[in-house]
Write a protein that binds this ligand. Structure first.
Ligand SMILES: *Cc1c(COP(=O)(O)O)cnc(C)c1O
Length: 355
């Protein structure tokens, strides 16, 4: 083996040793007796070493790039990110001794920037999310580096057939539950990588589970799902960090999604706060979007007299957003008055309790 191949082998061995030291994430059964006959589960992706589901993605992207021969001993890694992926990639870059630069919108939460820097990553901030792609490409070219491009590679870097993916983990952890095959799995989309993995896995294993993707305001995914128009653009940018995109990302695979729902920002934040009080700990806003979708589907199942289980993800924890989603002032000026949405969740649960 030449020196270059030896370095790549050692790098892959380091990532595999890191994996060996890691445990799987919990599948939490959410205590919601009001939803009679319907069990709700949250796959807690916040407990990865770097705090979000992007830990899985970053590991896969590094392995994919290493095995493709795209990363060498002195390659500068560049990534376009809304923050979570950059944190996880900074972690793996440090593990391999590589320089890492994250290109992000300047609206990215300060906690995320701090975490990237803690792992030795550098942050390059641009005015809006629309600019991160071109800027990443330019930087990678200029530094003779490699643009990881999660928004293209997420769906292909993840091995959806094998046993090292989130879908496999969910279905194994559900095995001893009253309804082991969920009626629904609900997920939001950033890269779309997680929904692609789950959707393909369900089909590959011939399962009856339906995959619902929930999409926030100012994201093009929902309209793309309806129209098939790949050119859609939304310049405003999603206010729910981690999900909703201004353009149709190549890694978003609409054909494996059974159903999509739009969730407005007020509903996401109301559901986030409700989930946090239910669990006794803060969750991120995209988990609120997910949980709002869960409530909608549970409501539909109850109306139709169905029983079963619904699984969704806790994508990251709320501590990253203490200055935004958990700051009432911030919510009032950026999202608006959410009291109606909060009341409607409480009233719904109270109503079905008495039925
Ligand atoms: C990336 C992300 C998602 C969406 O996951 P994808 O697999 O990229 O679609 C949801 N929530 C948070 C906090 C994220 O960072």
């Amino acid at each position: 083996m030449n020196h270059q191949r030896q370095w790549v082998s050692a790098a892959i061995a380091k990532i595999q040793a890191d994996f060996q030291r890691s445990a799987d994430t919990h599948l939490i059964k959410v205590d919601l007796p009001q939803l009679k006959g319907i069990d709700i589960y949250l796959k807690d992706e916040s407990t990865h070493p770097t705090g979000s589901l992007k830990h899985r993605l970053a590991r896969s992207l590094f392995l994919y790039a290493l095995c493709n021969g795209n990363i060498k001993e002195d390659t500068v890694i560049v990534e376009a990110s809304s923050g979570s992926t950059a944190i996880s990639e900074a972690y793996f870059a440090r593990l391999l001794g590589l320089r890492f630069i994250a290109v992000m919108a300047k609206s990215t939460s300060i906690q995320k920037i701090t975490e990237i820097k803690r792992y030795g990553g550098e942050c390059f901030l641009v005015d809006s999310t629309n600019l991160i792609y071109a800027e990443s490409e330019r930087l990678a070219k200029e530094l003779n580096g490699y643009y990881m491009d999660q928004f293209t590679n997420a769906e292909r870097a993840t091995d959806w057939r094998g046993n090292n993916n989130i879908a496999d983990s969910i279905f194994i952890q559900m095995q001893h539950e009253p309804h082991p095959v969920p009626t629904h799995i609900v997920m939001s989309a950033g890269t779309g990588g997680t929904s692609a993995t789950i959707g393909r896995y369900i089909r590959y294993h011939q399962l009856t589970t339906e995959l619902t993707v929930v999409d926030p305001e100012n994201s093009v995914f929902y309209d793309y799902y309806l129209t098939g128009d790949k050119q859609l653009i939304n310049g405003k940018g999603s206010l729910i960090e981690g999900i909703g995109r201004p353009r149709v990302e190549p890694s978003f695979i609409a054909s494996v999604i059974d159903n999509m729902l739009c969730v407005d920002n007020k509903q996401s934040i109301a559901a986030m706060l409700w989930t946090a009080s239910l669990l006794g700990r803060k969750v991120g806003a995209s988990t609120g979007t997910n949980m709002f979708g869960v409530l909608k589907l549970a409501q539909k199942m109850i109306e139709q007299g169905q029983t079963g289980s619904i699984v969704t993800l806790m994508c990251d924890r709320g501590e990253r957003y203490t200055n935004s989603y958990y700051d009432q002032q911030w919510v009032a000026s950026n999202i608006g008055d959410i009291s109606l949405q909060q009341d409607s969740i409480t009233h719904y649960l109270a109503k079905i309790t008495n039925e």
